[in-house]
Structures are given as C-alpha cells and as structure tokens.
Design a protein around this ligand. Sequence first.
Ligand SMILES: C[S@@+](CC[C@H](N)C(=O)[O-])C[C@H]1O[C@@H](n2cnc3c(N)ncnc32)[C@H](O)[C@@H]1O
Length: 253
Amino acid sequence: MDGCVALVGAGPGDVELLTVKALRRLQQAEVVVFDRLVGEEIVALIPSTAERFDVGKRCGAPSLSQEAINRLLVQQARRGKRVVRLKGGDPFVFGRGGEEALCLAEAGIPYEVVPGITAALGCAAASQIPLTHRGLARSVTLVTGHLQDGSCFAPWQALVKGGGTLVFYMGLEQAERIEQGLLAAGMTQDLPVALVVAGTSARQQVITTCLGALSQQALALKGQSPVLMILGEVVALRDALLSLAEQSWRSVA
Ligand SMILES: C[S@@+](CC[C@H](N)C(=O)[O-])C[C@H]1O[C@@H](n2cnc3c(N)ncnc32)[C@H](O)[C@@H]1O
C-alpha cells in the first residue's frame, strides 16, 4: 500500500516558529526530505528512526534537481512510508511546493500541505517592521527577484503604482536591477529599505538603507544567505519602535 507525503513548512529559521502540526508530522515521519533553508535546530527534531535525505547539500556539492526530488518523494511514498517534505518558510511561497503537489497528485499519492511562516512575515516581525500600517501601507506584495532563466523582471510600473510594501525574495543578486527598475518607474531614491540576513535565527542581521543605495549595500552583503529585502515607508517605523522599546525597558530596569 502507498504511504503519504506531507509538504511541511518549517518557517524562517527559529525553531519556535514551527507550527504544532508541523512538529507532529515530523515526529511521526518515517522518511524526511529536507533542504538548505531548514534551520539546524529543526533538523535536530527529525526522529532518529527516520530515514533522512538532505537534498540541498552545501559546501559546493550540488543540490538535487527538482525532478529528482519529485521522483524521490513518489518512490518513498510507494514504499508505504510516511514521508515529510520539510521546506524553509511556507511550501507554497516561492517554495516549489506546487510542483511537488502536482507531481504527487499525478502519481495518485495522498498528500497534504502544512503551512509555515514565510520569510516575509518572520523577518518583518523579527526586525520590527510592520508590513502594513494605517496611513503608510495598505498592501504587501511578495516578489521574486530571480526568474527560472536566472534573469530578473518585475512589473516595475505596477509595483510602484500599487504604493504598498514590497518584499523581494531571492533579490540580493539582482539588487542593481531592482534599484534601477523601481527608480525608472518613479520610486524615490530615499524610499526606506531593509535587508534582513538570516531572519529569526541567531545570526540575524538587519541593515537599513534607502533605494538609491540598495545595490551598493547589497554588494557589501555578497555571499551572505538567505537575505530578504523589504522596501517601503514602513521600514522607517523600525527605528521609532526600537527607540521607544529601549526607553520602556530603561524605565523598568
Ligand atoms: C527559495 S525562497 C524560499 C522561500 C520560502 N518558501 C518562504 O516561504 O520563506 C528562498 C528565499 O527566501 C528568503 N528567505 C527565506 N528564509 C529567510 C530568512 N530566514 N531570512 C531572510 N531571507 C529568507 C530569501 O530571500 C531566500 O533567497
């Protein structure tokens, strides 16, 4: 009899941001297929009895292709195993969860999707940037900075016209094109920008800058990963929140 597959979102890094449902699926797993973005503390929760497949190998070794991952999920489920496909953030936000779900559905394998906290939400909370704020941002747009062919294209005019907060995933390598595209579409040079490195993890860094200096700042972060870019007036709220929080801590101390 076929097993089943749970496509599980592991969240942005902090082990405490794993959902109760994700943890339960992990504890019941017989096979776990995980990738590079899954935090070490979460990987440590994989039961010792479960077979593990690290499909996002680091240190120069190539990661498995998406087709090979799809085949692996089908093969393991056909062995009758309870398989967990553990992915960083949310499986359906720039996570190729849709491709895996399609492949499992076509193969007739029962599957479910367990949502995770996507990087935009995790990084915003951890860096004190409200993604929407009355009077400042009425919408949030999640954009990929990286297309399948390695290029970067975004509907720049529409993004600027929308007027809300923009969050670029996989944007670091394309920072120059993002800066040029948005400026050419009429965004101002001084638009506040935050670059969040390894958000919610112990190595989190938050760098604030402005659109006109984005590519220069991105260059300074070359090689760091993962990095999320948040662009919008809401980024300026971070400083206000941090300084108010500091004052209130001082008054309690
Ligand atoms: C392939 S996408 C996966 C997104 C994931 N499915 C999610 O929902 O967050 C990888 C990109 O997500 C962003 N990312 C994921 N986790 C992050 C984190 N903890 N801190 C900063 N950026 C992160 C980075 O832009 C990275 O290049």
